[in-house]
Design a binder for this molecule. Structure first.
Ligand code: ATP
Ligand code: NCN
Length: 226
């Protein structure tokens, strides 16, 4: 047989006469928290997305010099946190792809796999969108997906808008205001490392997973090359 290995993706619908909207929530998710989940849910509602794919990055392009937990741990926590929402699905696409993770590769693959009546929406917070013009093949990303840019405490969405306008890339950006949640994965990792509570910053299932697997406590639980 040979050929490229086909990766499992969820079905979105099979009516050729309607348009489907597929959201992609990309992130390192080390760990996933309520900031991510609220952003994805409110993007789903605001843009009428049929499905949101949570996409843990295998080897995040802008975090190559940082220690990151293993892809399998980050994937497992994302599955746990998203399991109860029938519109959410966690994908292995980026963690199963070798090499540095680039969004352009993910969007190109999704564009090939889904029919043309499925429109792609890439969801980001204000910090990620600030940098998007410097992502690999930003112009191609602009052609492949609509961006959903969500407000995030501490980051200026107006500045992101100005940078995108100045870039000349044909981005189609939908800005959404979400309830301010000043939660970050960094803060959760720091709290766990100090033996402090991370409850109510993320789901109980994720907190249980962190403790059961001794994440964020010892330096050897996180790998630089993961
Ligand atoms: N509290 C939040 N509100 C809105 N968007 C968020 C929030 N936290 C993360 N995001 C968005 O979710 C996506 C993935 O973020 P990421 O996994 O890097 O989380 P993080 O909390 O920023 O992590 P870290 O603290 O490790 O940098 C990015 O687009 C980011 O902007
Ligand atoms: O493709 C790129 O060049 C690129 C550079 C930085 C970040 N991204 C994507 O942006 C999303 C958020 O990234 P991060 O590092 O803030 O977790 C995640 O899906 C990353 O793969 C993508």
């Amino acid at each position: 047989m040979g050929g490229r290995k086909k990766l499992a993706l969820p079905e979105i619908g099979s009516d050729p006469n309607r348009t489907y909207r597929l959201g992609i929530m990309g992130g390192t998710f080390d760990p996933i928290h309520y900031g991510h989940l609220v952003t994805a849910e409110q993007a789903r509602e605001a843009l009428g997305l049929d499905l949101v794919l949570f996409m843990p990055a295998g080897s995040p392009a802008f975090k190559l010099d940082q220690e990151v937990s293993s892809p399998e741990d980050r994937y497992a926590m994302t599955v746990l946190a998203t399991a109860a929402n029938e519109a959410f699905y966690t994908s292995r696409l980026e963690i199963d792809r070798e090499g540095v993770t680039y969004t352009v590769d993910t969007l190109t693959y999704l564009r090939e796999q889904y029919p043309s009546n499925v429109h792609l929406y890439f969801i980001t917070g204000a910090d990620a969108i600030l940098d998007i013009v410097s992502w690999r093949d930003a112009g191609q990303i602009a052609e492949l997906a609509t961006l959903i840019a969500a407000t995030r405490p501490g980051y200026d969405i107006t500045q992101a808008h100005e940078r995108i306008e100045a870039s000349g890339f044909p981005f189609d950006v939908r800005y959404i205001e979400i309830p301010a949640l000043a939660i970050s994965s960094t803060n959760i990792r720091q709290r766990v490392a100090l033996g402090k509570s991370a409850r109510y910053l993320t789901s109980e299932s994720v907190i249980g997973y962190i403790h059961k697997n001794h994440l964020y406590r010892k330096s050897d639980s996180r790998r630089k090359d993961a």
